[in-house]
Design a protein around this ligand. Sequence first.
Ligand code: ADP
Ligand code: RBF
Ligand code: MG
Length: 207
Amino acid sequence: MAETSNPRPRVLYPASGPEPPFPLRMEGAVISGFGRGSKELGIPTANLPVDAALTPWIADARSGVYFGWASLALPAAHPDSASRTTETETETGTAGSASSSSSSSPFQIYPMVMSIGYNPFYKNSVRSAEVHVLHSFGADFYDATMRLLILGFVRDEKDYNGLDALVEDIRIDCDVARQSLAREAWTPAEGVVGGAKGTFDGAWLVR
Ligand code: ADP
Ligand code: RBF
Ligand code: MG
């Protein structure tokens, strides 16, 4: 399966920032997915309920791969929770809510890549939304509230001849997300875990 000279571009859209209909918002509690061992492949995906009552745009959304920012409110006991990463900000009495990004929000922001659709490789009959967060977590976070600001479309869903080809394409999707999001006008001003601040308005993610 080798590294064919894959012609896919690694940066999508103009540097000036997201364009309509983006950003699209989605929010929900992380649920169990299909249990297919995505984690063993190195690509765990946090599944969110697909519910048009909560996420009106989703019924009409094109199936495929998208990228953007995810925020997570992790419980205090989680190794990556905001209250653990920065307990050094002692100004106020908001115990356990200091984050590396200065706000008093329990939400922390991470880059993400996601799939919305039927996973043609597995021929699902129900539409799923699954988010691969581009961060290495110390523990799972089922039930945590996740918010998404989806900033762009990457590609249509595809069927593949084998799992290796699917995984290779997902790795490129991750690369595309990282590089496209790294630009200033695409990066939240609110701060990102382990990253620089940009000029994009990500206030909804941490409110
Ligand atoms: P499931 O079939 O239940 O979705 P997965 O193998 O896709 O199982 O694993 C998903 C779970 O892994 C998520 O719900 C989350 O709790 C955990 N997880 C750990 N690291 C990540 C990550 N970087 N991105 C997404 N989920 C992660
Ligand atoms: N499944 C598909 O059948 N076709 C795809 O093109 C596809 N693209 C994906 C892209 C990303 C970024 C992610 C996170 C998942 C994608 N999936 C796709 C879903 C994949 O089959 C699912 O996560 C499996 O659980 C991986 O083993
Ligand atoms: Mg999953």
